[in-house]
Design a protein around this ligand. Structure first.
Ligand code: ZN
Length: 340
């Protein structure tokens, strides 16, 4: 079978690997159909000095597939069922896992495709408890964007920032995979959405997704425009995942008591910010990483209800590097999916 394998920093190959054994007790074997790309794949591809992992490593953190074989003791799946997979090997028994806070598992063995072998291969065995059925009417291509692309945003907006109907939100980098989802999810509950993009072509695309105001941050200061649009009050929530220089701007456009939720730092992980501003303005800052199994189910239900991911490009497994480069260069609008 094919397996997209990373042998070292920026050394990715499609290799021929042995098929997995029959699934063990409590496991299913999955025939992978689509793998969606995320920034974590770019970090993994570039190499991260402090990441604990061993090469070679099969890549792919977010995917969908079909049940190919069912192991002993598994009763909730049958051959041919469309499914998505949770992207980390949680323990299933710690208090966080038992309470459904899967992304806070105390004994997680690693993130698929980053610390441990991932989904970009024809077949793999996985504990059935980490597998979620795809509802009728949702394609496997679209479903592949649920475990990270959709559910990360679901977790950020609703579990962490507690976004409410009628509020105003600034979505940073609205053309990114998660930015496009954040626009759709916030609009779906009746929020006013302001978003930033890096070129004029993306302005029209973000408007087409429903964004009320789109700012080309390369031409205009988003801080100035956002404050003007909110009558100098600021927004209720900022959806952040860019970091770097823009982070202070994101704080500046929050109204007093506003919430900022972040899950990324593509423009740089280290900044300085003013603590007096933080406490005087009573900001709430949420760090968010991953999602719960429940967030994935909700995401799939939203897809079944018609909220579909924006797909930028579909690539074949031997072309994954093209997809990663597109993601790295920020040309992308929406998600890149590798179809198996
Ligand atoms: Zn656990």
């Amino acid at each position: 079978m094919r397996a997209l394998t990373l042998f070292g920093d920026r050394k990715l190959e499609l290799v021929d690997a042995p098929l997995p054994p029959p699934p063990a007790e409590g496991e299913v074997q999955i025939a992978v159909k689509a793998v969606a790309l995320n920034h974590i794949d770019v970090w993994g591809f570039r190499g991260m000095a402090f990441a604990k992992r061993k090469m070679p490593l099969v890549v792919g953190a977010e995917a969908s597939g079909e049940i190919a074989e069912v192991g002993p003791g598994v009763t909730n799946f049958k051959k041919g069922d469309p499914v998505v997979m949770y992207g980390a090997l949680t323990c299933g028994t710690c208090p966080a896992c038992r309470e459904g806070r899967d992304n806070l598992c105390e004994n997680v063995s690693g993130i698929m495709g980053f610390h441990v072998d991932g989904f970009a291969r024809d077949r793999l065995n996985l504990a059935a408890r980490l597998v979620i059925p795809v509802p009728k009417g949702v394609s496997l291509r679209d479903a592949s964007c649920a475990p990270i692309g959709f559910s990360t945003v679901e977790h950020m907006l609703f579990d962490n920032a507690k976004l409410k109907p009628g509020e105003t939100i600034l979505v940073q980098a609205g053309g990114s995979g998660i930015g496009t989802v954040a626009i759709k999810m916030a609009k779906a509950i009746g929020c006013t959405v302001i978003t930033t993009v890096g070129d004029d072509e993306k302005v029209a695309k973000a408007k087409a997704l429903g964004a009320d105001h789109v700012i080309n941050y390369r031409k205009d200061r988003f801080e100035t425009i956002t404050r003007k649009l909110t009558n100098k009050k600021g927004v209720d929530v900022v959806f952040e995942h860019v970091g770097g220089e823009g982070f202070n701007g994101s704080l500046l456009v929050l109204k007093r008591g506003g919430r900022l939720v972040t899950c990324g730092s593509t423009a740089g992980p280290t900044i300085t910010f003013n603590l007096m501003q933080l406490f005087q303005q009573q900001y709430k800052i949420f760090g968010s990483f991953g999602a719960s199994m429940k967030n994935i189910r909700t995401s799939l239900d939203k897809m079944a209800g018609g909220m579909l991911p924006v797909i930028d490009t579909e690539v074949t497994p031997d072309n994954l590097e093209t997809g990663l480069q597109r993601l790295e260069s920020r040309q992308v609008f929406g998600k890149i999916v590798v179809t198996f």
